[in-house]
Write a protein that binds this ligand. Structure first.
Ligand code: CMC
Length: 425
């Protein structure tokens, strides 16, 4: 039986249906609000707005819970492969052995990119950021792989192409930025090893695939695979709602993820830690972050949803310790990060604002340790988030209540005024 919430304005009373999610989260359904009352809601930054109902990811920011299709991210990080996680997010369940083999074969078959795309890369200025390049290249894929007539086949093949080719495109952009020969994907390597090989193999220095490095990257990608309606995912859903191609929607997601308040934070954290290492200014950095007049923020801290320790950050911190110990690396940035965390977690400002390390706080240290250059950090995040973006896009396309996303506004500009010819201004 539907429950209702009462909205009272003056002598009028309206009944708004209450929606309850499978974990007990409550929402007031306002879809008929404007029609019935003439009002809209105003929620800058959408902190109180549910943009959809979704069965993909459950996130509880108070308790620090993250689950994909019901499975805790901790279990997936410990036991699953990235490919299984991608299948789970996109198809709603874990694959059986046959399905996984089939999925692997398809990913292998689609892993090459059209040779003509290399010309694109070679013409980007060397200083271009790889996220800008990746966003453009993904959008350009449509021109190289024209639409098929059968819609179901077209969606399946586009999903597979994206999962497989984005990884190849990312490694290519790194190789070309260094002026090196592109390394092609290998059919005998699994998803993560293949990427590492494409990034680091060279004809004069064969890449030695280390299982701990593969594991670190696998866990990194699983932890990033989805995070419900974050900024880039909302961009994918919103742009996708105009019925653009999946390539264009993912390209928009990559552009959104690039921002330093979102996925770009992993690069910004390492830059901040490096700045602290060079200038020995940890205390001043914390003070700057607290200063209301200074726009600076402690990067890798705080989250719109988590008001406790980000569960992904806990795992990432352990992986950072493991990888550094394995390779006997003493990274001063890890020590600085741990000290900074300790200072911040004892500081009243951070306590009162519920600011804890988020996934990006330790992730850059992991990526540095496995040899990923700083400007590629957010690209690695994008490869990890791809299954989530695809799953969310697919869910929105399959939604029988689908609508073009088109928020409204409260206009605060001038009332009607007459045009003044230029000679009279
Ligand atoms: N350092 C200092 N103060 C902060 C920080 C921070 N990192 N984050 C939030 N605050 C303060 C902010 O100044 C505000 O203070 P007051 O209420 O006194 O004016 C209060 O906390 C609330 O901030 P907000 O901007 O309204 O909160 P939000 O939910 O919109 O912010 C955030 C979320 C992630 C944008 C923000 O915490 C931030 O800028 N963090 C640093 C960037 C970062 O690490 N981003 C990665 C996010 S996790 C990866 C991902 O999902 O992409």
């Amino acid at each position: 039986m539907t429950e209702y919430v009462k909205l009272i304005h003056g002598d009028k009373e309206y009944q708004l249906p209450l929606i309850v999610g499978s974990e007990g989260e409550k929402a007031i359904d306002i879809s008929a609000l404007r029609e019935e009352t003439g009002f809209i809601t105003l929620d800058t930054g959408y902190a109180n707005t549910g943009s959809c109902v979704s069965a993909i990811t459950y996130l509880n920011g108070e308790k620090g819970i993250l689950r994909y299709r019901g499975i805790p991210v901790e279990q997936l990080a410990e036991q699953a492969t990235f490919k299984e996680t991608a299948f789970l997010l996109i198809n709603g369940r874990l694959p059986n052995r046959n399905e996984l083999t089939q999925f692997s074969v398809l990913l292998n078959d689609h892993s090459l990119v059209h040779e003509d795309m290399r010309a694109f890369y070679e013409n980007f200025p060397r200083s271009s950021h790889p996220m800008g390049i990746l966003s453009s290249m993904v959008n350009a894929l449509r021109s190289f792989y024209p639409e098929l007539h059968n819609l179901e086949e077209e969606i399946n093949i586009t999903v597979t192409r994206l999962l497989s080719k984005v990884r190849t495109l990312a490694a290519m952009s790194y190789k070309i930025s260094r002026g090196h020969k592109v390394v092609y994907p290998r059919p005998d390597l699994a998803y993560c090893s293949n990427f590492l090989n494409m990034m680091f193999h060279s004809p004069v220095r064969p890449y030695d695939i280390d299982e701990d490095v593969v594991r670190a990257l696998r866990v990194f990608w699983i932890l990033h695979a989805d995070h419900e309606q974050n900024c880039s995912t909302s961009a994918v859903r919103l742009v996708g709602s105009a019925r653009v191609t999946l390539y264009a929607a993912i390209s928009a997601g990559i552009a959104a993820l690039w921002g330093p308040l979102h996925g770009g934070a992993n690069q910004a954290v390492v830059e901040m830690l490096t700045h602290i290492a060079e200038n020995k200014n940890m205390r001043q950095t914390v003070e700057r972050a607290k200063d209301k007049k200074d726009p600076f923020r402690l990067m890798g801290f705080g989250h719109r949803i988590y008001k406790t320790y980000d569960p992904r950050a806990k795992i990432m911190k352990k992986i950072a310790d493991k990888v550094l110990a394995k390779f006997n690396i003493s990274d001063p940035l890890l020590d600085i990060a741990k000290e900074l965390e300790e200072i911040a977690l004892k500081d009243d400002y951070f306590i009162e604002h519920n600011l804890y390390p988020n996934v990006d706080f330790y992730s850059g240290i992991v990526l540095r340790a496995i040899g990923i250059p700083t400007n590629m950090f957010t690209v690695i995040f994008a490869i990890g988030r791809l299954p989530g973006w695809i799953a969310q896009w697919k869910e929105s396309m399959d939604d029988p209540n689908w609508k073009l996303c088109r928020p409204r506004q409260i206009y605060t500009g001038p009332a009607e005024t007459n045009y003044v010819p230029i000679a009279e201004r």
